[in-house]
Design a protein around this ligand. Structure first.
Ligand code: NAD
Ligand code: UDX
Length: 481
């Protein structure tokens, strides 16, 4: 089947950037991204895109209205396209069977049903969303049970590996593109048709094809391995803090082993983002359903250590602030789950702020890209913390910059590794903070020795600096008050 028109259902963090890059690299293809959310589509059609992603603006603006369209007319786009990406959200189920672990496939299923209802010609349906193994089989079953005469469907698995903050670079230059399909001649034809789209810019040897189930499982496996690396280095960070070892040195030492490699070994306040926790839990649930409890328990620990790391960090803040943060002011720098994105889904900052709010702390939050409404919405996800409706606004202040957040605070906490936080004027910040002034670097991005010289009491993940508060009090920064 030759592909001329592509439809992508789901204009989110994956559908939007992925299809923008396809349109950018394949000018002869018409790409229409559709969504049930009219506000999101209006934003994609405006000057302010719904997501912040470096270089996304340029890519969208170069092809929007030419061969890239954003629309709420899902049915029309399905009708016209030969190839349809399903790129809708697959969140962790928060109800019923598998609650808290299984992926909720209701949005994927409703796309399959819509395609079956609307289509008047054969389609290649591509599962771009991250799904449990055998989801493609369910989509196939729904499509085939509702098939109209003369129409044929092929369902492919084509998981997405982009990371937020680097999505455009990842899409333009992927490590690999994975396509899973049925091992039949029709299945292989569909695989070739999708492969041809990617070959416009991805070298053929980077396009890996395999059976559908391997492809589906490979996506969960990749995210589980990546998340496991972070939990492993974070577990090491706890040992470092007690023993006096330095987690960055340990990471460097093990990372130079070519079998281990040096990426994804940065200790932190725990991984966030919409994928890692969801996909590991999805894998845990899959293992339980397959009656593999030991395997399920193994992967569950990756999430447990992540929760532990977040709690450990907030407990450390409370302990160092003389075992109480009640009514103290804490400046939180960064709320996004990583730098270069405005996304806060599962951000560790949410959990750390909630732990501190539970203790009655006042928190001043600054993030360069996250909007005030989003921060307040995220923090109110646990209403039991606040004993009255006004309490959230009483305890939380969203600040326009890092200096305002830090003024008159007892402690400064780095939650996201935004570049600008490494280049702040910490002498100025110190002079406007209450003393002793504490810095908690949860991302290992600051120059800790300079901060100590300025008079800060510095605590970092995975490294013991100074526990001696008297040193801080005796050596204030020159010129500070
Ligand atoms: P998202 O929530 O940003 O976007 C999903 C969009 O789908 C939403 O705008 C929603 O309105 C729309 N939608 C839901 N049901 C629909 C329907 N029936 N018809 C039309 N639109 C519908 O989600 P996302 O972050 O883009 O993730 C999408 C999928 O890709 C998930 O399975 C996720 O696990 C996977 N994934 C995400 C990332 C990432 O970095 N965010 C990376 C790789 C894979
Ligand atoms: C991840 C996968 O990397 C990507 O391939 C997949 O498609 C979607 O999920 P993403 O969640 O966008 O991407 O970002 P990623 O760079 O993986 O970071 C996830 C979290 O791990 C962030 O909170 C980040 O700060 C944290 N992290 C990452 C660490 O704590 N240490 C590291 O060494 C790397």
């Amino acid at each position: 089947m030759s592909v001329k028109k592509i439809c992508c259902i789901g204009a989110g963090y994956v559908g939007g950037p992925t299809c923008s890059v396809i349109a950018y690299k394949c000018p002869e293809l018409q790409v229409t991204v559709v969504d049930v959310n009219p506000q999101r589509i209006a934003q994609w059609n405006s000057d302010e895109l719904p997501i912040f992603e470096p270089s996304l603006d340029e890519v969208v603006k170069s092809c929007r209205g030419r061969n890239l369209f954003f629309s709420t007319d899902v049915d029309q786009a399905i009708l016209e396209a030969e190839l349809i990406f399903i790129s809708v959200n697959t969140p962790t189920k928060n109800y019923g069977l598998g609650k808290g672990r299984a992926a909720d496939l209701k949005f994927v299923e409703s796309c399959a049903r819509r395609i079956a209802e609307i289509a008047k010609s054969s389609k290649i349906v591509v599962e771009k969303s991250t799904v449990p193994v055998k989801a493609a089989e369910s989509i196939t079953n729904i499509l085939k049970a509702n098939v109209k005469p003369g129409i044929k469907y092929q369902v492919l698995s084509n998981p997405e590996f982009l990371a937020e903050g680097t999505a455009i670079g990842d899409l333009l230059n992927p490590d690999r593109v994975l396509i899973g399909g049925e091992q039949t001649s029709e299945g292989q034809e569909a695989v070739s048709a999708l492969g041809w789209v990617y070959q416009h810019w991805v070298p053929r040897e980077k396009i890996i094809t395999m059976n559908t189930w391997s492809s589906e499982l490979s996506k969960l496996a990749a995210n589980a391995f990546l998340a496991q690396r972070i939990s492993s280095i974070n577990a090491m960070s706890a040992i470092c803090e007690v023993t006096g070892a330095d987690v960055s040195e340990v990471a460097h030492a093990i990372g130079t082993d070519s079998r281990i490699g040096n990426k994804f070994l940065k200790a932190s306040i725990g991984f966030g983002g919409s994928c890692f926790q969801k996909d590991v839990l999805n894998l845990v649930y899959l293992c339980e359903c397959l009656n593999l409890p030991e395997v399920a328990a193994y992967w569950q620990k990756v999430v447990d250590i992540n929760d532990y790391q977040r709690r450990r960090f907030s407990n450390q803040i409370i302990q160092r602030l003389f075992n109480t943060v009640t009514s103290k002011t804490i400046a939180i720098l960064g709320f996004a789950f990583k730098k270069d994105t405005g996304d806060t889904r599962e951000s560790s900052a949410i959990y750390i702020c909630q732990h501190l709010l539970e203790e009655g702390a006042h928190i001043n939050i600054y993030d360069p890209k996250v909007k005030k409404e989003q921060i307040l919405k995220d923090l109110s996800s646990r209403p039991e913390i606040f004993d009255s409706p006004d309490r959230l606004n009483e305890l939380v202040t969203i600040c326009p910059d890092a200096y305002t957040a830090a003024a008159d605070s007892h402690a400064l906490v780095i939650c996201t590794e935004w570049d600008e936080f490494a280049n702040l004027d910490y002498k100025k910040i110190y002079s406007h903070m209450l003393k002793p002034a504490f810095v908690f670097d949860g991302r290992l991005i600051l120059d800790h020795n300079s901060l100590l010289d300025l008079g800060f009491h510095v605590e970092v993940i995975g490294k013991r600096l100074t526990r001696d508060i008297s040193r801080v009090v005796r050596t204030p920064a020159a010129g500070s008050t």
